[in-house]
Design a binder for this molecule. Structure first.
Ligand SMILES: Nc1ncnc2c1ncn2[C@@H]1O[C@H](COP(=O)(O)OP(=O)(O)O)[C@@H](O)[C@H]1O
Ligand SMILES: [Mg+2]
Length: 594
């Protein structure tokens, strides 16, 4: 016994209980807006209990009247009985409506909140999760919580009330029956302990499995072309079957365990009800109770056993709920991006609407969390009406530099600021507006790979500028050298783009992406190998058009092809963790050597 107590104390100290508490509080922060419906639901449950107890009293009277044990109006009692039954049915209906109302509302609220939080979570932290995993947490775990919210505190109150009132009623009439009715309690409690452990493990396993499945499906469906090209169709079908088998085996194992528990519980229930029955007959035979009282005891003992089972099953449910809460909290509690500078950035943009905005990086350092050090001390500047190129072999840090500029990751040393106009940063100048997630609204970014959404060309364009007119769209398409092919499409700018740019060649999709970025008219434009699929002449033309555009745009392009470098104002090469400005000769050498 002492060992047991010591064990629990150790567990409490280890924080197992504390974290369950924290998870419970977290869950109820969503439910608390619905405290009124929840109180209503709880009250309904309690009224239902009272009605059920009254029914058993009336049923006792009815049986006693019919068996002639005592006199009374049969019709009146019968009518009362029917009334109570109808009342209980209505109560059940209303209560199930209240319960769906609460769970659906809580479900929507949790999902909207988590969606929001996922979108503003620090980018690098989020990349540790597979999208399949994120999706499972967002959908299944949130649903699990919302459907279980009522199962926790409100049902705990209702069942406790039901148990205590039924128990009080039995004790009031004949305490010996209480002993029989409670015979099963120790077994129930023992079972619960076993269940809790298994449930907890099962929940974790099945959530992990669901995440794996969803990730697998999502990747398969979005890479069908690759799977076909490598002739992997059979392999992928077999992989799915393997995953399904793994999942089914796991579920069946759990099911078998639950079956054992259920069998034991039902056996205990049977033993209890036979024992109560026997005891009832014995008491009746001795003339201690009437036939009606005996039927009442039988129904109350059923209520007691049932409610006790309900009560004990709340604990495994609570475990499942808190496990889901933990999985969601893992995501929600990752570092959040700071958008507190939004107002100041808006002001900066307006103040320098005519001059444009410069970008200055000084001795910037950055290493990814896995230890890959990309920049030791990198400096770079770019001004309005300039195109600055960032070159270097693949894997050198071009994309990383753009991510730093976008504040997807914060720089770990040095200074990264924006300055109004084209003055730039003087030595030791303290001025400048530090880069942050808020400054992202000053940028347009065309990343590597395809970024078009499904919808028409015009819809894609209006994604970034909802009020863009047709002429405006045509104009940016011309700037991006996309008008040539869009013009020839039967539906022009209203032609449909399929998922991830489907229906267009890569070079065409790139030009559409650039057009969209130009339409946004942001002071700073970042192109990450965004012209890599264009022929050299078109690439040069696109850059020239951007240069000649009257809008005061600061443009940074990354490329591993030196062919366009002499169209740029300045060329930086990423070397040994820094950015080196290349001279004309070096650039010419590169072009010749390409
Ligand atoms: N999310 C990431 N986590 C860890 N390392 C990364 C990540 N993204 C890129 N890297 C590493 O950083 C280096 C620079 O990558 P990147 O900037 O993408 O190169 P590129 O010049 O081809 O655009 C590479 O060594 C790459 O392995
Ligand atoms: Mg790259």
């Amino acid at each position: 016994m002492r060992e047991r107590i010591a064990f629990y104390i150790r567990r409490i100290k280890a924080g197992a209980l504390k974290s369950r508490m924290r998870q419970t509080v977290w869950i109820y922060q969503y439910a608390r807006h619905y405290w009124l419906p929840m109180i209503f639901y709880t009250a309904l449950g309690m009224v239902g209990t009272v009605v059920a107890l009254l029914t058993s009293l009336v049923s006792r009277d009815l049986v006693d009247i019919i068996t002639g044990h005592h006199a009374g109006a049969v019709v009146k009692t019968f009518a009362l009985m029917i009334g109570l039954n109808v009342g209980s049915t209505l109560l059940n209906l209303v209560s199930s409506y209240a319960s769906s109302y609460i769970s659906m509302r809580v479900d929507a609220e949790i999902k909207a909140d988590i969606f929001d939080k996922i979108l503003v979570t620090d980018w690098e932290s989020l990349t540790n999760y597979h999208t399949g995993d994120l999706l499972t947490r967002w959908s299944s775990d949130a649903s699990n919580i919302s459907s279980g919210v009522l199962n926790f505190i409100p049902n705990l109150i209702i069942y406790t009330f039901r148990f205590l009132s039924a128990f009080a009623m039995v004790v009031y009439h004949d305490w010996t029956f209480a002993l029989f009715a409670m015979m099963g309690a120790p077994v129930s409690l023992l079972m619960t302990r076993r269940l809790i452990k298994r449930m907890s493990r099962n929940n974790q396993n099945s959530a992990a499995m669901a995440a794996k499945m969803s990730g697998f499906n999502q990747e398969t469906f979005s890479n069908i072309q690759t799977i076909k090209a490598f002739d992997l169709v059979r392999l992928y079908i077999d992989r799915l079957k393997g995953l399904q088998k793994e999942y089914i085996d796991m579920r069946l194992k759990f099911q078998k365990m639950s079956m054992g528990t259920s069998l034991l519980m039902s056996t205990v229930g049977l033993v209890v009800s036979y024992a109560s029955y026997g005891w009832g007959i014995f008491r009746m035979w001795r003339g201690g109770i009437s036939y009606g009282t005996m039927t009442m005891f039988l129904s109350l003992s059923g209520t007691l056993t049932g409610t006790l089972n309900n009560l004990t099953s709340l604990f495994p449910n609570a475990i499942s709920l808190t496990t889901s809460a933990k999985r969601l909290m893992d995501i929600v509690e990752m570092p959040r991006e700071d958008y507190s500078q939004d107002g100041e950035v808006e002001e900066l943009k307006e103040r320098y609407a005519k001059e444009g905005i410069s970008l200055c990086l000084e001795n910037v350092k950055y290493a990814y969390r896995n230890g890959t050090e990309v920049f030791k001390s990198a400096s770079l500047e770019a001004h309005p009406h300039e195109i600055v190129a960032l070159v270097g072999p693949s894997g050198e840090g071009k994309t990383t530099m753009l991510r730093l500029i976008l504040s997807l990751m914060p720089v770990q040393g040095g200074r990264a600021v924006l300055c109004g106009g084209d003055t730039g940063l003087k030595d030791g100048d303290a001025a400048g507006f530090p880069l942050s997630p808020s400054t992202r609204k000053l940028f347009s970014y065309v990343p590597q790979g395809n970024t078009m959404f499904s919808g028409t060309i015009a819809e894609n364009m209006r994604n970034v500028k909802p009020d863009a007119g047709e002429e405006e769209i045509v104009e940016v398409l011309k700037l991006a050298c996309a008008w040539d092919f869009v013009e020839k499409l039967p539906d022009g700018i209203h032609s449909k783009i399929k998922e991830r740019g489907g229906g267009f060649s890569e070079g065409q999709a790139q030009r559409l992406s650039i057009a969209r970025a130009l339409l946004r008219r942001s002071p700073i434009l970042l192109l990450d190998e965004a012209t890599s699929a264009l022929d050299v002449a078109t690439e040069r033309k696109v850059l020239q058009n951007i240069m000649e555009d009257a809008y005061p745009r600061t443009c940074i392009v990354t490329t591993h092809r030196p062919t366009v470098l002499n169209a740029c104002n300045r060329v930086y090469a990423i070397r040994q963790g820094g950015c080196v400005v290349l001279g004309e000769e070096e650039i010419d050498d590169m072009i010749r050597g390409f």
